[in-house]
Design a protein around this ligand. Sequence first.
Ligand SMILES: Cc1ncc(COP(=O)(O)O)c(C=O)c1O
Length: 385
Amino acid sequence: MSNEYLTNFDPARVESPAFVVDLGALEANLRRVSEVRRRTGAQILMALKAFAVPATFPLMRQFLQGVCSSSPHESRLGRERFGLEVHCYSPAYSEGDMREQLDLSDHIVFNSLTQWERFKAVCLARPGKSFGLRVNPQHSETGVALYDPCAPGSRLGVTADELQGHDIQGIEGLHVHTLCQKGADALDRTASAFERQFSPWLKRMKWLNFGGGHAITRGDYDLDLLCSVIERFQKTYGLQVYLEPGETVAANTGSLFSTVLDVVSNSGVATAILDVSATCHMPDVLEMPYHAEVRGSLAPENAPWRCRLGGLSCLAGDVIGEYGFAAPLRPGDRLEFLDMIQYTMVKTTTFNGVRLPSIALYDPRADRVEVVRRFGYEDYLARLA
Ligand SMILES: Cc1ncc(COP(=O)(O)O)c(C=O)c1O
């Protein structure tokens, strides 16, 4: 993992707690991702579900061709704030969702044949829109069931068996999203499995969306292989390929800064209680689960002092993990959780009324920090009253 962001950034320059996005690191990721566009002509859409801070959209727009959305709200954000293309997909649309999506989105992807049949007439009456179907190649590359759209019994996408014998006139594209933080080899295998099953339909399509989950900005990612898979499909089937990465665009672009409020001890276990919370501010730490790195921390086994880092909510399991430090933490110490930009701000909650971290941008060229959003009681109240 690369920590080439916010290097030498003094935590005292920002209030606590706060997410800080390093615009230089974000731009470096965008340049890398847009290489794919330059080399293959594939269109790259930002998955707003992963990261959606509008103040960064002017930068992102320079490198990406639009957004992919999962709901009318994300589509509206894309349409009003990002501009360019808006492509939506949801496991199911209500009639109200469909009305909104038809106004907001350029591409609308359906998860099932029943949803397509239900909305087909209203869709085909709207010129200028393109409709697609999410398919499920039943080829798993993702070990974590929570993140595996191809797990047995998955509700996501139509299988080749289901599609057999169905008239899908009006569908112009197929959408296949099966990966999560994967290399191009996983896409290559998935694409082959997908092609074996779906080539009869692929021949009639105008576009193919390979979804997200591509770790394009990771140092070991095989960009040549990705480009060759894209080129092969575009050439063989005469269609336009789209990718909709989220995580990889925002990966390693910033941190969550926090402060130690107290240090408690029970049965010989020390816990530093922070002004952030796993469940409220970094839910993937509990869901995935994964270990959030803290800049300057040590492996707990060998450290002079070890402790748990605990969150501010009342949830007993609101524990961020076990960490080691050179010296005991004290109230007032600042901690920086690394790589905390993707799937954090978009997933935060105000459980327990815990204050949401501010959102700040750091421009390393100008050495300037700008807080773009602070949260208060009104934000908590607005969700309930
Ligand atoms: C349909 C779809 N597209 C794109 C993405 C973005 O994936 P990632 O952030 O892993 O690149 C996801 C993530 O779950 C998704 O479900």
